[in-house]
Design a protein around this ligand. Structure first.
Ligand SMILES: C[S@@+](CC[C@H](N)C(=O)[O-])C[C@H]1O[C@@H](n2cnc3c(N)ncnc32)[C@H](O)[C@@H]1O
Length: 311
């Protein structure tokens, strides 16, 4: 029997809600101000197997309805991370973040970073430069927002570097906990050889969502992905003792999400670790291997551990 409490529609007592259906129908079930982090990659209107290509104005209108609802359910100290690339038509690109920015602005959200997510694989263009990055727009609802920087610091390039003159001479010049990961993230995207690859054509790498979840929420907070695909945001959230809720219209993807969560509960889901360098040579050459993650539900246990100094 599953240790995590899973629900098919919103239930405040559940650890994870996997809603099979339209994002707007799930959002309507969620109370105002509940969600600490909305993190999603919406359909890009490219005619992928799961979407019908819409007229641009209609696409923006649909996104606007979902973003308005995400704003309503967002906690006062919460964040929205909208991960997008380009809309492409007849070889011409329109950056989706530029199209959608006025919607977030109208709602009075505060843009904290426009994170550039850089990766190595994608289509090879012949009439323009091949696209190798997408962006994450990170907004907060207010100026009082959760941001646990120490939890997501990355190793310093020269960890032993010291001041060589002045009053701090001999002391370490960098933060011993590591450096701020900056707003340019080099994280492999999930293509054929990636350890997390499923049947979904464009899933999040778990490590990308992990960094957002760990920095922008605290244990037991709710994380919402209105376009959850195969549940990568749910896995990242549950791995770190957060509660997760998401909607997905394609039943097969909901099924895969459920199976991935179950595998993680059993310690059998393989993911690329957050701490693995991009040019890691792989286990055969002494590098960091993929890790099997274990979700330690139920959440009550996590809260107990928290009281006893967990995290
Ligand atoms: C870019 S993918 C997100 C993939 C996800 N980040 C993951 O890691 O698997 C967008 C997803 O939104 C789903 N979708 C499209 N329209 C939707 C809607 N109105 N409500 C819920 N899901 C929708 C698609 O089926 C697709 O799986």
């Amino acid at each position: 029997m599953s240790k995590l409490s899973m629900a098919k529609k919103f239930n405040n007592q559940a650890d994870v809600v996997l809603y099979e259906g339209n994002a707007l129908d799930l959002l309507a079930q969620i109370p105002d101000g509940l969600i600490k982090l909305v993190v999603t990659s919406p359909p890009y209107n490219l005619g992928k197997p799961y979407e019908t290509r819409l007229d641009i104005a209609e696409y923006i209108e649909q996104q606007s309805l979902v973003i308005d609802e995400c704003f309503r359910v967002l906690h006062e100290n919460g964040s929205i991370c909208w991960q997008v690339g380009n809309y492409v038509k007849n070889g011409e690109i329109i950056p989706i973040d530029i199209m959608l920015f006025p919607i977030f602005q109208r709602l009075g959200l505060h843009l904290r970073n426009r994170i550039v997510w850089q990766f190595g694989h994608g289509l090879h263009a012949s009439k323009r430069f091949s696209g190798r990055y997408e962006v994450i727009l990170w907004f907060t609802k207010s100026n009082e927002y959760t941001f646990n920087l120490d939890a997501i610091r990355v190793p310093q390039k020269y960890p032993n570097k010291k001041y060589f003159k002045g009053s701090k001479k001999g002391e370490l010049s960098g933060n011993p906990l590591g450096k701020n990961p900056s707003d340019v993230w080099e994280i492999p995207n999930v293509k054929a050889n990636h350890v997390e690859k499923t049947d979904h054509p464009c899933q999040f790498p778990v490590e990308l969502v992990e960094r957002l979840v760990v920095s922008m929420t605290n244990p037991s907070d709710w994380v919402l992905d209105p376009f959850m695909g195969v549940g990568s945001a749910a896995i990242a959230s549950l791995m770190h003792g957060r509660k997760s809720i998401g909607a997905e219209i394609v039943p097969e993807y909901v099924y895969i999400a459920k199976e991935r969560i179950k595998a993680a509960e059993e310690g059998k889901l393989r993911i690329r670790p957050m701490e693995r360098p991009v040019y890691d040579p792989g286990i055969k050459n002494g590098g960091i291997p993929p890790k099997e993650v274990k979700i330690d539900g139920p959440l009550q246990q996590t809260l107990l551990e928290q009281k006893e100094g967990y995290e």
